[in-house]
Ligand binder design. Structure first.
Ligand code: PSU
Ligand code: MN
Length: 304
């Protein structure tokens, strides 16, 4: 079997049943501008640690899937030119052809689960793109979450997407969605998307309890999404968000940007079009998610 190679620290923590949190690498390589992205990769690991868990940033280096990168590995993810973006379906070619790449939510969820890691933190999930009636672009994140036993802490799905359509797809795929201290699904850069969420939890221990109930219940091995909104004080101004996003969607259309390139294109457009304000909101969301994921992993491994 093709092994996911853990770092020494991650291997020790998993063997001892201590809390581990998987961190995604595409957000570092393709979602954030250099040089800020390396600082963020290091900072997220620190946040997970201070919440009492061991961080395991996931990526494929020279064809080897890894859970837990050293400083050099993080630097490669942040700076290597031409680094691939790997969803689940890209993992086999990357391994066989000895290619390096950062993993998306789809690729990371699969590798984390294979490594025995149950909790994962990211920014915003991929989903159904706007205009899906003509262009059938639906992120592989959704399909993977419908067949992977993992808990993903995120600030909802990226607001560049069709959020109601994405929530519908998550329902069809049996993915459990809970709001953390909210009755509304978060809007990634925005505190709320305006869409309701059926379940609300108040504590990390409640999330761990739902994970245990998932296992006791059996059935399809689906994910748990813990949707954790960016605080109102840190969100992007909603009017600015709507205006620049409309421009970004128009630019993508005019330039014919599609496929894997569309998400990074729109995120970068927003960073430039908001003078960096969208970047700050994105970072505030990811930091909060890393912290909460650490707490959930700690509660899960304490069995409280
Ligand atoms: N969260 C962020 N920034 C990102 C992503 C998530 O804050 O860049 C990445 C994730 O890796 C997610 C991917 O899986 O965007 C979705 O890409 P696509 O729409 O091509 O599936
Ligand atoms: Mn896509």
């Amino acid at each position: 079997m093709l092994k996911v190679v853990p770092s020494e620290e991650v291997a020790e923590a998993l063997a001892a049943g201590r809390p581990v949190v998987a961190l995604e690498s595409t957000i570092i390589s393709h979602g954030l501008p250099q040089p800020r992205n390396l600082e963020v990769a290091l900072e997220l690991e620190e946040i997970v640690r201070s919440a009492g868990a061991v961080p395991a940033t996931i990526a494929v280096l020279d064809g080897v899937p890894r859970a837990g990168l050293d400083r050099e590995g993080l630097e490669r993810i942040a700076t290597e030119p031409g680094l691939r973006k790997l969803g689940f379906r890209d993992l086999a070619p990357a391994a066989a052809l000895k290619v390096s790449g950062a993993t998306t939510v789809s690729g990371t969820s699969f590798l984390a689960a294979r490594a025995g890691i149950r909790v994962f933190a990211t920014g915003g999930l991929g989903g159904v793109h706007r205009g899906w009636t003509t262009v059938q672009d639906e992120s592989a994140d959704l399909d993977t979450l419908g067949r992977t036993r993992i808990t993903v802490v995120c600030a909802g799905v990226k607001s560049i997407l069709d959020v109601p359509a994405t929530l519908q797809r998550l329902e069809t795929r049996q993915v459990t969605v809970v709001g953390y201290r909210t009755d509304e699904f978060p809007g990634f850069y925005l505190h709320t998307s305006g869409e309701p969420v059926d379940w609300r939890i108040e504590t990390a221990a409640e999330a761990a309890g739902i994970m245990r109930a998932q296992d006791l219940l059996g059935g399809p091995e689906t994910a748990l999404i813990v949707a954790n909104p960016v605080p109102v004080a840190d969100q992007l101004d909603p009017a600015l968000h709507d205006r620049v996003l409309a421009e970004a969607l128009r630019a993508a259309d005019e330039q014919g940007v599609a496929g894997q390139a569309i998400t990074p294109f729109l995120l970068e457009y927003l960073v430039n079009g908001t003078d960096g304000a969208s970047l700050e909101a994105n970072l505030a969301a990811v930091r909060g998610n890393a912290r909460l994921a650490g707490e959930i992993a700690a509660s899960w491994s304490r069995e409280d």
